[in-house]
Write a protein that binds this ligand. Structure first.
Ligand SMILES: Cc1ncc(C[n+]2csc(CCOP(=O)(O)OP(=O)(O)O)c2C)c(N)n1
Length: 632
């Protein structure tokens, strides 16, 4: 069936039975691709029938579907002309793992971060109304994403303004791990209701057809139903805030889905369709372990086992160290925004359930909650991915930094993350935290230094940022780690020809480059900055005076981070004849690809650094010889 279906027109020619066969074939196809390329498997397996039904009822691009997070859009891509291209999923220059307006006109909005769909869809619905057009707008959002404040803010707005749009709530009871919180408790009450079926719908249609008495009967039944609902379910939250609630409905029954979607299409008010699905549907390992298959690296289809050798990574080191620190210090608490395993907190959660908090996909709340804990004597560690820290920027400034509260903000997945692409690259945290007063910003060169920084952060009793990358240590192995001192950099190698100042993971690159350059008799000084803030002015300026050629390296944006800070330092001192070159990512959004590919593409690999210094040294030598000749 999949062979015959290249686009929505082909899909619409199929009967129900054929659509069900197609659903199974799409599952197999996605499984094949994701087992090779890696990707968000479980969410896509769970949404196959719903996507088929959506495309059977709505006409894109006239109608708009906004996919929340967007990680579940593979089926949509298959059905909208990108079936073959999906084989390049998440590869450099291949199909993105999230909706991209640049990829197709039926991807009406770029997503990647959670809880944005209802706001964006509402904007499109209001724009339609202002323009006097007539199309449907649908937000497809998971129960996990519904825990994000922005989704609730949007529901609040849509319901009260009676905006004509549809919210499809894809409820699989899972965020990445088990969904949590009051909304989830409320949804479970709704789930407990009998599933909405076409049969009771058609019964209702028959009654509706009886003239006069039919209408009266419908009214009575409606009233009765409402009062029953109120008896069984304490509060119909969605209806109370202005939505028509339809559901719950079986999310793997295409017929029922098509029926309810076409009904919703006719209504001219906010509609919420509550769809129940199974995450990982159809692939046993993913059904049994949806968390592991939420986002998986390449794996063996038969066994479900990862093909990638499991190596230690920064998140795991962070998690283990936090457990140790918490043994001796009962003030330490840990907060996650729905990323328990990704941030290495599984063991902590098990060992210290009272001091562990999963707040849902709610980064803003996580940080202000941490501020409250810190204000009253606790020591909160808050590991959140760099790109998701963006969500909580004002909370960091307003609730933590201004009050100088000792919250330890651990910025995981800092730097290039790879295949998830531009929404997930952790390239901005150095720059956006750099301008916030009161913060101390550190980045470790290896695991050992991360542990030392965590210990040191506790002693500071001030707001601290520690940023570390996805995955493991760099190529260069450091034998020891000196004590961390406030605002002090670490000179790792002495030299006179050039100064390399690096921070975090890029320190390993600096040492590799230095080793390469030694072969050419170029002797560089390598400084591990350790702190971006406060920056170690003296160590940096001393070395700059000596070598007159300064290279900075950071896995962040070229604007506002280490490079900018070092350049300002040198300009402030009005030092002449010092060359400064910054290796950082350009002022643009960095697409998906492997970290290695992207490093090479943007000249951030060791070879590019070595080539630059070699070239500069030739120039420097020429100048020196000329100076000598002039003097003689
Ligand atoms: C702001 C933000 N925080 C965290 C994430 C990481 N994340 C991606 S998907 C996901 C869970 C989403 O659950 P749900 O919406 O129920 O979708 P499902 O995968 O279960 O279909 C999380 C926490 C994110 N994308 N954006």
């Amino acid at each position: 069936m999949l062979e015959k279906v290249n686009n929505v027109e082909d899909l619409r020619k199929l009967n129900l039975n054929e659509k069900n066969i197609l659903a199974q074939e799409i599952r197999e196809y996605i499984l094949e691709i994701v087992s090779e390329n890696g990707g968000h498997l479980a969410s896509n397996l769970g949404i196959v029938e719903l996507t088929i039904a959506l495309h059977s009822i709505f006409d894109l691009p006239k109608d708009k579907i906004v996919w929340d997070v967007g990680h579940q859009s593979y089926v949509h891509k298959i059905l909208t002309g990108r079936k073959e291209q999906l084989k390049t999923l998440r590869k450099l220059d291949g199909i993105a793992g999230f909706p991209k307006t640049s990829e197709s006109e039926v991807d009406c909005f770029n997503t990647g971060h959670s809880s944005t769909s209802i706001s964006a869809a509402m904007g499109m619905a209001k724009a339609r109304d202002i323009k006097g057009e007539n199309n449907s707008v649908i937000a497809v959002i998971g129960d996990g994403a519904l825990t994000g404040g922005m989704a609730l803010e949007a529901l609040n707005h849509v319901g009260s303004t009676k905006t004509n749009m549809i919210v499809v709530l894809n409820d699989n009871e899972m965020s990445i791990s088990k969904n949590i919180g009051g909304i989830n408790m409320f949804l479970s009450k709704l789930r407990a209701r009998r599933i909405y079926t076409v049969s009771n719908q058609s019964g209702r249609k028959i009654i509706e057809k009886i003239p006069v008495i039919g209408k009266f009967t419908v009214k009575v039944i409606k009233r009765l139903k409402r009062s029953l609902k109120q008896l069984i379910i304490p509060k119909m939250f969605f209806e109370d805030i202005g939505f028509k609630y339809l559901g719950p409905i079986d999310g793997h029954n295409i017929e029922d889905l098509e029926y309810i979607l076409s009904r919703a299409k006719q209504l001219e008010e906010p509609v919420l369709i509550h769809v129940l699905t199974k995450k990982g549907k159809g692939y046993t390992p993913a059904e049994e372990n949806p968390e592991q298959f939420h986002s998986a690296a390449s794996f063996d289809i038969e066994t479900g086992k990862s093909k990638k050798e499991k190596k230690d990574d920064y998140s795991a080191v962070f998690g283990r160290k936090l457990v140790k620190l918490a043994e001796d210090n009962n003030k330490i608490v840990a907060i996650t925004a729905a990323m328990q395993s990704g941030t290495g907190l599984k063991e902590f959660a098990k060992k210290y359930p009272k001091r562990y908090f999963d707040v849902g996909i709610a980064e803003q709340h996580a940080l202000t909650f941490a501020a409250g804990l810190a204000k009253d004597g606790m020591i909160p560690f808050v590991p959140i991915y760099s790109s998701f820290y963006q969500r909580a920027y004002d909370q960091v400034i307003h609730d933590i930094a201004i009050q100088n509260l000792p919250v330890i903000m651990c910025v995981d997945r800092a730097g290039i993350v790879g295949s998830d692409g531009e929404t997930h690259q952790g390239l901005y945290d150095l720059a956006y935290f750099n301008i916030v007063p009161n913060l101390k910003i550190m980045a470790p060169k290896d695991f050992q230094e991360l542990e030392k920084m965590m210990e040191y952060a506790i002693t500071l009793k001030k707001p601290v940022v520690i940023r570390y990358p996805r995955g493991g240590e760099g190529e260069f192995k450091f034998s020891k780690c000196s004590e961390i001192k406030r605002g002090k950099a670490e000179i790792l190698k002495k030299g006179n020809d050039a100064t390399i100042i690096a921070i975090g993971q890029t320190v390993s690159k600096a040492m590799e480059a230095a080793k390469e350059l030694e072969k050419e008799k170029i002797n560089v000084e390598v400084i591990n900055a350790r702190f971006l803030k406060p920056i170690d002015k003296y160590t940096i300026l001393d070395s700059a005076f000596k070598t007159r050629l300064v290279i900075t390296i950071e896995d962040g944006t070229i604007v506002g981070g280490l490079g900018t800070t070092v350049k300002e330092l040198i300009l402030d001192r009005k030092i002449k004849n010092i060359n400064v070159k910054s290796f950082a990512y350009p002022d643009t959004f960095i697409k998906h690809g492997t970290p290695k590919e992207l490093e090479k593409l943007y000249g951030m690999d060791v070879d590019s650094i070595v080539d630059y210094i070699k070239h500069k040294m030739k120039y420097k030598k020429k100048n020196k010889n000329k100076e000598k000749a002039d003097k003689s």
